[in-house]
Design a binder for this molecule. Structure first.
Ligand code: Z5A
Length: 209
């Protein structure tokens, strides 16, 4: 079973993905946790290229690099684990490419990109996607504190209009893929969000051996 977490940077999706990881582990599951881009040697090297703010990357090249990192991650990690009956938690998956490169950058029709991503993953689609939705200003405010310490990466340096377009694209994905995507109000406190997600996940979980 594959569960993905999506949202703009600062939405709190990584917080929720980790909360679910711990909750599943406590319940006796052995989930695989992956983040995108990354998760394999090759994909982590692509991540370094993509997030290094010294690099100027053509938008089409950017989309293909994110997709390349994902194809590698799917074949090396996600597919083998989910085929064996395991639970996989993805901190971002292909909806990020549709929202950021399709919506944010406008490199191609988001609907076309969504179809293309199914080719990238060999047809592998999450069973559930939690889209943690927060207003752009709330996300940026949260990151102000963090980035003053760590420094923003190449993607985080984009302006408010970019993240507004990304949000609009996520909203459209949630409509197109309403069967798998659950929109979660990310402005609430982290405990309340984790509780709502767990209630939903419990109904999806496979039997433990
Ligand atoms: N990207 C792309 O363009 N195309 C793609 O196909 C893919 C990715 C896969 C990856 O960056 C970048 O690549 C990302 C999208 C792009 N760029 N942007 N912008 P990353 O992996 O370094 O980071 P990220 O995935 O974007 O986000 P993150 O750093 O993991 O943050 P987050 O998941 O959005 O939020 P968080 O770390 O859980 O929380 C952020 C802060 O808010 C933190 O201080 C928390 O303590 C706080 N927080 C969390 N929840 C709450 C609540 N509920 N209330 C208040 N405060 C909270």
């Amino acid at each position: 079973m594959i569960i993905s977490f999506e949202g703009i940077d600062g939405s709190g999706k990584s917080t929720q993905a980790h909360r679910l990881l711990h909750r599943l582990a406590n319940a006796g599951y052995e989930p695989l946790f992956v983040r995108e881009p990354g998760g394999t040697d090759v994909s982590e090297r692509i991540r370094d290229l993509l997030l290094d703010k010294r690099n100027r990357i053509d938008p089409m090249a950017e989309m293909l690099l994110f997709s390349a990192a994902r194809a590698q991650l799917v074949s090396e990690e996600i597919r083998p684990h989910s085929r064996g009956g395991g639970v996989v938690i993805c901190d971002r998956f292909f909806d990020s490419t549709v929202a950021y490169q399709g919506g944010g950058r406008g490199i191609a029709d988001p609907r076309w990109l969504l179809d293309f991503q199914e080719t990238v993953t060999g047809g592998l689609v999450p069973d559930r996607t939690y889209y943690i939705r927060v207003p752009v200003d709330v996300a940026r405010e949260r990151l102000t504190h963090r980035d003053s310490r760590a420094g923003a990466d190449r993607m985080e340096n984009e302006d408010r209009a970019f993240f507004t377009r990304v949000t609009e694209a996520y909203d459209r994905i949630a409509e197109w893929a309403a069967d798998r995507v659950r929109v979660i109000d990310g402005a609430r406190d982290a405990d309340a969000i984790a509780k709502a997600i767990w209630q939903d996940v419990e109904g999806l979980l496979p039997e433990r051996n």
